[in-house]
Design a binder for this molecule. Structure first.
Ligand code: PLP
Length: 429
């Protein structure tokens, strides 16, 4: 495959946009080389600016669960656009999407729409702080909750006491209120709650993690976390920006059988347009302005185009829940196909999978948290990524990202992908 035009477009973009991209992972820093510029996409396929056709395993990082340019979503957006794109006044479609989302997700009464997952998580934490009257939060190393200051935190020297900024521009003052625990390690959470008794507003977690590869919580861990939060009067926030409306109608709460206190959404809920949301029981949500004192707002929040895309998407998923099973079956098939090739060729690997999320790590050790994920061999990953790209398969360009399957993928596409791996596997040895 030739990537002349993509490379030229990237060079031009770099003159005017920092790093040539509007979100860093797109720049291929983790795998090297120039990113692929997309011209269009349909179903499971991307068509790039050089005329290459690629099988897509990221689906815009999750939103396009039914494939690219899905007709009911596109039609809904076009029809809405003709009637005006934004009013800054209430519209009926906002209530329609809210009502549908609340009916699909367990344990929520009300939902507030924002424009991104970042905004959803940032606002959920403010609401939790406003509701509990406490300042500190606990997050897990390797979990991503968007780029707001409170989440750009790494373990500090006194890990049990407080975190430190992991980006310049995040203040020590902010960092001191975010405590860092280890995924799948309940004891690390207990140590933090004991050392900060009565000061913790919320624990925020990706209930199935997808930002350090795909990582599945052990049953003891996630159940124990729920119990601990209840005991200590801490709100449990499930960041379902990836998992919401992907693992099933009720997301990870339903899949794991655990109820969170606040849930955040993004990605699928916007059907490919910019939508985020956060939701909870009425008692908590009523603390939000204008009913309550916790401020939160947005000029384009509940935008009619974005709402109609989300409504079309959730309407499809609500009417055809078998799609979640179909996606999980396809993901399991891909998992087995990739695993067989890697085993046959003696390449050390771990494949983690939950529903339609999956990741391949080139390591012997089980991948259960950030540290074990970081042990994957990145040189092998780079060869894997670029080899597959050459064969016409677009995988996430970082070992820390999950695959997101879309239901437009056919078993022929999956077989093509497995065959592509057979073609390049010698390069991984
Ligand atoms: C993508 C993601 C976010 C951030 O959403 P944006 O729309 O990119 O701001 C937050 N949490 C999780 C779990 C995500 O995967």
């Amino acid at each position: 495959m030739i990537y002349q035009r993509s490379s030229a477009l990237f060079a031009e973009a770099k003159k005017y946009i920092p790093g040539g991209v509007n979100s860093p992972v797109r720049a291929f820093n983790a795998v090297g080389g120039d990113p692929v510029f997309v011209k269009s996409a349909k179903g499971a396929y991307l068509y790039d600016e050089d005329g290459n056709k690629l099988i897509d395993y990221i689906a815009s990082w999750g939103p396009l669960i039914l494939g690219h340019a899905y007709e009911p979503v596109i039609e809904a957006v076009i029809e809405k656009a003709r009637k005006g794109t934004s009013f800054g006044m209430p519209t009926e479609v906002e209530t329609a999407l809210a009502k549908l989302a609340v009916s699909m997700v367990p344990d929520i009464d009300k939902i507030r729409f924002v424009n991104s997952g970042t905004e959803a998580c940032m606002s959920a934490v403010r609401l939790a702080r406003g509701y509990t009257g406490k300042d500190k939060i606990i997050k897990f190393a390797g979990c991503y909750h968007g780029h707001s200051d409170s989440f750009l935190i790494q373990a500090g020297s006194g890990a049990v006491t407080f975190g430190s900024p992991n980006s310049p521009g995040v203040t020590q003052g902010t960092a001191k209120d975010t405590l860092l625990a280890n995924y799948n390690d309940l004891q690390s959470v207990r140590e933090l709650t004991n050392a900060n008794k009565g000061d913790i507003a919320a624990v925020i977690i990706e209930p199935i993690a997808g930002n350090m590869g795909c990582i599945i919580p052990s049953e003891d861990f996630i159940k124990g976390l729920r119990e601990l939060c209840t005991q200590e009067g801490i709100l449990l926030i499930f960041d379902e920006v990836m998992t919401g409306f992907r693992l099933g109608k009720g997301g990870a709460q339903e899949a794991l059988g655990i109820e969170a206190d606040i849930v955040t959404f993004g990605k699928v809920i916007g059907g490919g347009l910019p939508v985020g949301a956060f939701a909870a029981k009425e008692e908590i949500m009523d603390h939000l302005a204008p009913d309550g004192p916790v401020y939160q707002a947005g000029t384009l929040s509940g935008n009619p185009l974005a709402m109609s895309a989300g409504l079309a998407m959730l309407t499809e998923l609500d009417a055809k829940p078998e799609v979640f099973k179909s996606l999980a079956d396809k993901t399991a098939y891909l998992h087995k196909g990739i695993e067989d090739v890697l085993v046959k060729n003696g390449i050390p690997h771990q494949i983690n999978r939950f529903g339609s999320m999956m990741s391949v790590h080139f390591t012997d050790e089980p991948v259960v948290d950030f540290n074990s994920s970081a042990k994957g061999n990145n040189e092998t990953f780079k060869k894997y990524f670029h080899g597959m790209l050459r064969e016409g398969v677009y995988l996430p360009p970082s070992a820390f990202e999950s695959y997101f399957l879309n239901d437009a993928l056919s078993y022929n596409d999956l077989d093509f992908t497995i065959k592509a791996l057979e073609n390049i596997v010698d390069e991984l040895k």
